[in-house]
Design a protein. Structure first.
Length: 488
């Protein structure tokens, strides 16, 4: 087939994400709530001991005299910050990876057979959601007391540890269900079938993307720019790994075939994200273009209501002068959108976003098309950055993921779609910055041809070995990298 280490963790709770600690799963809840603070303290001690041992070893191996403390050092605020960021990234990657492999298992065994593992993923997501919510509040300065802020970071790390534990506890049973080391035949057929289907859709997605460039302003298709090429890159890597798995299995070494098969599955899942992202954005832009005229009409109605308030001496929520200024600004925005509609290619989602933002400060807040316009723009932005993080998670850090988690929460609750939209856009900027800083760890020409660089960037491989490292698997930090090459 062809186609053209985480830090030790010290202990509160994507994809919806909760802004406050989400309610836990019913089972194990009381025990977990009691254990988490103890686990946090124990993990903090592990960190201190680990740091002490490493520093001691370095001191003993120096050629110049060194001084070794007789007590393990107390973790500093910077230590906790670093641990928190690492724990969030590892836990988020574990949930995303587990969900991906779970889809392949469900395709083979059915939803009922994989329900215990689906439950584990949902429980891990609940813990992770709370961790992101606590981190978000921490970044906003809540709580203010230094000791309480330190404890908040411990809570983030503890929730991440619990998310990983939920997945690790099911990893062995999941491996027994899939039984890749004993027989990969049917699993290979499922992966190869998805590969062939995606190979066809990738060409169509590239044509769709070219059409979007002709039909709309450049900003409209910017969120998925290059996704066709990136999908092909993942499928190139999948081609190599599927062929290797097939050859290995046919030779009788079925245990060794599990590693390339799982790597291929990860690449296929990410190719699907790229292709589906183009397809989804095309549909969203069409829906948005159809809605813009109605949104303009709805916005004019809200402007009329605001003007009536001023005329009739209505008890408006802001001073009359401020309301007049807001009305004037909204008039300018709506006039600009109308001009774009008649002046050539434009960005329909951005038009909806600007309409909703222009009239929101008026305070009319009628239920109807204008709130829908803002929600559609926010939903598109959140979906786009979710895809980007999933397919570039080998480089994306905790800041972008925290912003995304809060955007997902706000969008799900419907409390503040404008803020959800803004946070999603900030998350995308942060994620893209992380990718630029990260660069390409595999810069040899063969790595590009084989798709290895993309696999590492996408977190399909753990980048711990010369060949890219083991493929990630269902499970938490303790088990996600278990498909390593045999010794010797």
């Amino acid at each position: 087939m062809t186609i053209g280490a985480e830090d030790p963790v010290p202990a509160a709770r994507a994809e919806p994400v909760a802004g406050t600690a989400a309610p836990p799963e019913q089972d194990e809840t009381s025990a977990v709530d009691l254990v988490l603070p103890l686990a946090a303290v124990a993990a903090a001690g592990v960190l201190a001991t680990y740091t002490y041992v490493r520093r001691s070893r370095r001191a003993r191996t120096r050629t110049t005299p060194g001084v070794v403390s007789v007590r393990p050092p107390v973790p500093t605020p910077d230590d906790f910050e670093r641990q928190t960021r690492t724990a969030l990234v590892v836990a988020d990657d574990s949930v995303r990876t587990s969900r991906e492999e779970l889809a392949f298992a469900e395709a083979r065994f059915g939803a009922e057979a994989v329900e215990p593992f689906s439950h584990a993923v949902r429980a891990a997501q609940t813990e992770l959601s709370a961790a992101f919510a606590i981190r978000r509040r921490y970044e906003q300065g809540v709580p203010k007391d230094d000791a309480a802020r330190r404890q908040a970071l411990v809570g983030v790390i503890g929730r991440c540890a619990e998310a990983g534990r939920r997945l690790d506890a099911r990893a062995e049973a999941f491996d027994q269900l899939r039984a890749l080391e004993r027989g990969v035949g049917e699993a290979l057929e499922i992966a190869e079938g998805r590969f062939r289907e995606l190979a066809g859709r990738t060409g169509a997605a590239e044509a769709t993307l070219a059409g979007l460039g002709d039909q709309y302003a450049p900003s409209a298709s910017a969120p998925v720019l290059g996704y066709g090429e990136q999908a092909k890159d993942r499928l190139v890597f999948a081609t190599s790994e599927l062929n290797r798995a097939r050859r290995t299995a046919d030779s009788g070494a079925v245990e060794q075939a599990a590693r390339p098969l799982r790597a291929a599955e990860g690449a296929i899942a990410q190719a699907d994200v790229f292709v589906s992202g183009v397809e989804r954005l095309s549909a969203e832009l069409e829906q948005a273009a159809n809605l813009v005229p109605a949104a303009l009409t709805g916005a004019e109605a809200e402007l009329a209501s605001a003007r009536a308030w001023l005329r009739d001496g209505h008890n408006v929520p802001v001073p009359a002068g401020e309301l007049r200024a807001r009305i004037g600004h909204a008039d300018v925005v709506l006039a600009a959108v109308r001009e774009e509609l008649t002046g050539g290619p434009y960005d329909p989602l951005d038009a909806l976003r600007r309409i909703a933002r222009a009239v929101a400060p008026l305070g009319v807040r009628r239920a109807g098309v204008v709130p829908l316009a803002g929600w559609l723009a926010a939903r598109s932005a959140v979906a786009a950055v979710t895809d980007f993080v999933s397919t570039h998670r080998g480089a994306v850090g905790a800041e972008a993921r925290t912003l995304l988690a809060e955007a997902v929460r706000l969008l799900a609750t419907g409390d503040d779609t404008a803020t959800a939209d803004e946070l999603a856009r900030r998350a995308r900027e942060s994620a893209e910055r992380d990718v630029r800083v990260h660069g390409n760890p595999y810069d040899g020409p063969g790595d590009h041809v084989s798709g290895l660089a993309g696999a590492v960037l996408g977190g399909i491989l753990l980048a711990e070995e010369p060949d890219g490292g083991p493929p990630v698997s269902f499970g938490g930090p303790a088990t996600r990298g278990r498909r390593r090459l045999p010794e010797g």
